[in-house]
Design a protein around this ligand. Structure first.
Ligand code: HEC
Length: 161
């Protein structure tokens, strides 16, 4: 009993550590080099870290809104600087590409949301890979009972094995 408790506490600590380092990594992205880097670091690093300034991934319109919000908050720079900053932000921090779905490790929720499967279908996928082992190619999914293969095929660009 004691041993299980310790192991559990250890696992929780590791999970927390892992989660917090993940959070830091995604919240504080580095500023990649390139045109507009220096203007962004200078103008956008005055009130918060420049890393916080690039903590979003969004479209050009989204960045335009963020930058005018910052100007309203008191951000100061020349028109040339803001133009360079906007280009830099949209080039390096555009909308995030949808992540691939690994059909061998994805959770039920990820299968449902990512591939448009019903709850029963995603459960069948998980049951199948648990019983028979990893899927190796897309056609392996044809063998999953109750799964509408057309749904999977429609998303084949996002599938990973
Ligand atoms: C005058 C100070 C100031 C400057 C300069 C500044 N910011 Fe901000 N920024 C803030 C404040 C204050 C917040 C928090 C706003 C809030 O919580 O609503 C913030 C928050 C943010 C956020 C978090 C998301 C959000 O919308 O709240 C992003 C992204 C951001 N800034 C980007 C930038 C960029 C890009 C620049 C350079 C163009 C910049 N900031 C320059 C004051 C500034």
């Amino acid at each position: 009993m004691l041993k299980t408790g310790l192991v559990m506490r250890f696992t929780t600590a590791i999970t927390l550590l892992f989660a917090s380092s993940l959070f830091t990594a995604s919240a504080l992205a580095d500023l990649p080099p390139g045109p507009g880097h220096d203007e962004t670091a200078k103008v956008c690093g005055k009130c918060h870290s420049p890393e916080q300034a690039v903590s979003l991934h969004q479209s050009k319109t989204g960045w335009e809104e963020t930058v005018s919000k910052m100007v309203n908050l008191g951000s100061e720079g020349t028109d040339e600087e803001y133009e360079a900053i906007l280009k830099y932000l949209t080039t390096n921090f555009g909308p995030e590409a949808p992540k691939p779905i690994n059909v061998n490790t994805a959770t039920g929720v990820e299968l449902e949301a990512g591939l448009g499967l019903s709850r029963a279908e995603s459960a069948a996928v998980i049951q199948y890979r648990t019983d028979k082992g990893a899927f190796k190619v897309i056609d392996d999914l044809k063998n999953v009972p109750g799964l509408d293969f057309k749904k999977v095929e429609a998303k084949k660009a996002r599938l990973a094995f």
